[in-house]
Design a protein around this ligand. Structure first.
Ligand code: ZN
Length: 296
């Protein structure tokens, strides 16, 4: 372990010289978690959930390594009807949610009710892939692990924790030997998972990174690979936001402009406000084909 710096918004991967059947990843977000959510005035309890969902999206984006966006969305029947987190292959994150009246002491189940979690791989080239699991767990961590059980062929477990200052995550994945043969039953993977279960939520949220990995797994000689930096940003634009107006249909849009001088679309992800006035009407009513990015 050469790099012990832990205070950077990044995803990191590790290999253990003495546990070749496992791969480790950590994510830690500090500055970016505030940048992406400060303007959204979310109740604290929901904010923590969004932070964990983004941390999971960062890990999954790095794990699948493709050129495009990793999107994790939860749809629920409780006061929180929707949560979404996105991480691009360039390490750009954003998140938002829709919610009604809720109490800060509500449980995960009370907040979300029944619904599903969808993991979408949206590559710049090629087809979208989506995997869906019903909401049957009591945490974001539980939902993602449930998803892994259903869709990931390799044994994979994720731990997540959101704290006041930062959010952290740890992933352990069992990898096959070269040639695809699985390692023996009594593998180091199980040792790593057992050790990971001893982390406290506080440790994970504040220390996820090389120091924590070294502290937990030093007997297996973990080696950190280059960190992958994460930053907050939004892919919204005036053109994309106009789709929300176009979706209303021509008649409705004309009617709205008879009643007011301008229409406004707010981007919930970043807080950007787009205004459209009468001069934009012709363009708004024109039949423009939708662009490749449909997540707005
Ligand atoms: Zn935006």
């Amino acid at each position: 372990m050469t790099n012990l710096v832990a205070d950077q918004d990044a995803v990191r991967r590790y290999l253990c010289d003495d546990a070749p059947d496992a791969r480790l990843m950590t994510v830690r977000l500090e500055r970016t978690k505030d940048e992406m959510l400060d303007h959204q005035n979310m109740p604290l309890i929901l904010r923590s959930l969004c932070e964990e969902l983004v941390a999971a999206a960062c890990i999954l984006s790095r794990m699948f390594k493709f050129d495009g966006a990793m999107i994790i969305q939860i749809k629920g029947s409780g006061p929180v009807t929707m949560m979404v987190a996105e991480c691009s292959s360039g390490g750009r994150i954003r998140s938002t949610a829709q919610w009604g009246d809720l109490t800060e002491t509500a449980t995960f189940r009370e907040l979300l009710g029944t619904g599903y979690l969808a993991v979408t791989i949206d590559p710049k080239q090629g087809e979208r892939y989506q995997g869906i699991v019903p909401l049957e767990s009591n945490s974001i961590e539980g939902c993602i692990n449930h998803y892994f059980e259903h869709s990931e062929q390799l044994d994979t477990r994720l731990w997540l924790s959101s704290g006041e200052e930062s959010v952290g995550g740890l992933l352990i994945q069992r990898v096959p030997e070269k040639g695809g043969r699985p390692f023996l039953e009594n593998s180091n993977w199980q040792t790593l998972a057992t050790l990971a279960d001893t982390i406290t939520k506080k440790e994970l949220s504040s220390e996820a990174g090389p120091l924590l990995v070294y502290k937990l797994f030093h007997e297996l000689n973990p080696r950190g690979l280059d960190p992958w930096a994460i930053h907050f940003g939004c892919s919204c634009s005036r053109e994309r936001s106009a789709r929300a107006i176009r979706a209303l249909g021509g008649q409705e849009v004309k009617q709205l402009f008879l009643e007011r001088q301008s229409l406004q679309v707010d981007c919930h992800f970043c807080g950007q406000v787009y205004q459209y006035d009468h001069a934009d009407l012709e363009w708004l009513l024109s039949d423009q084909p939708p662009g490749p990015d449909t997540l707005q």
